[in-house]
Design a protein around this ligand. Structure first.
Ligand code: NDP
Length: 254
């Protein structure tokens, strides 16, 4: 008998920020491994287009529109998701980037980046965790960044948020592992998505990424799927509080 440790049949996954970029690639990847996927985002037309696209590919996909930074909306949104069926996997992926030198940074920008990239993962997980704990199982995957380990000019709030999210991953593991929840992180390097549109348009920057990355190129969003399927599946049943960096070797080589 063959055993597929990575099979996600019968599993239902919520992906925040699943309507584009890495989140949509992760949703499609989990669906390709058998999961039913619930996509979250704020822009309803973008979200509906993503869901319709996945359904047209034959996948079980639905939409959960809410703003992950709005505590009341998160509470109502997660209640709706859970009313639609059991949930087994949560990917905290929604995120934004705002660039400004630290001396010119406004408190509004700082707060916007921190609440979206860090606080929101707490808000969403806090609503989902009781459901996971009641069943005695559940997978939380936080999308970190290489900025969880290193700094770079003009993105101080993002760096602080992603470093904080690594700490939150460990804190959630400390509180929930005994209840059967696994909380891990994935730290992407540089991937070609809307978030990096300005960088992709900058020839000098794209050349820097290719030169600085041992793999010699940007990542394709599909290349994050393997780590996400691993952390969503039985294959990772004793992995907890860890971060997998999917960065073409960037953090390991100077
Ligand atoms: P995109 O800009 O392509 O997608 C971001 C997604 O997040 C969209 O679906 C957006 O939907 C959603 N979103 C943003 N704010 C909110 C909110 N307040 N509530 C609900 N949804 C929200 O970004 P990427 O795919 O590139 O990034 C995804 C994650 O990966 C982020 O956490 C990012 O920090 C991380 N990452 C990305 C890297 C890369 O190279 N691309 C590298 C390292 C980490 P809507 O517009 O409807 O709000």
């Amino acid at each position: 008998m063959t055993v597929n440790l990575f099979d996600l049949s019968g599993q239902r996954a919520l992906i925040t920020g699943g309507s584009s970029g890495l989140g949509l690639a992760l949703a499609r990847g989990l669906a390709q491994h058998g999961a039913a996927v619930v996509l979250n985002g704020r822009d309803v037309s973008k979200l509906d287009a993503a869901v319709i696209g996945l359904q047209a590919e034959g996948f079980n996909a639905s939409a959960a529109p809410f703003d992950v930074t709005d505590e009341t909306a998160v509470r109502a949104g997660i209640a709706d998701v859970l009313a639609g069926g059991e949930l087994h996997i949560l990917i905290n992926n929604a995120g934004i980037q705002r660039r400004a030198p630290l001396t010119e940074l406004t408190l509004d920008i700082w707060n916007e980046v921190l609440i979206t990239n860090l606080t929101a993962a707490m808000l969403v997980s806090r609503e989902v965790a009781p459901h996971f704990l009641a069943r005695g199982s559940g997978k939380v995957i936080n999308i970190l960044s290489v900025m969880s380990e290193v700094g770079r000019r003009t993105i101080s709030p993002y760096t602080a948020a992603k470093t904080g999210l690594k700490g939150l991953t460990r804190a959630m593991c400390a509180e929930w592992a005994e209840g059967g929840i696994q909380v891990n992180g994935i730290g992407p390097g540089y991937f070609a998505t809307q978030m990096n549109a300005a960088l992709l348009a900058d020839e000098a920057f794209t050349a820097w990424v290719s030169g600085r990355t041992p793999a010699g190129r940007w990542g394709n969003p599909e290349e994050l799927v393997g780590a996400a399927v691993f952390l969503s599946s039985r294959a990772s049943s004793y992995v907890n509080g860890q971060v997998i960096y999917v960065d073409g070797g960037m953090l390991s080589v100077l």
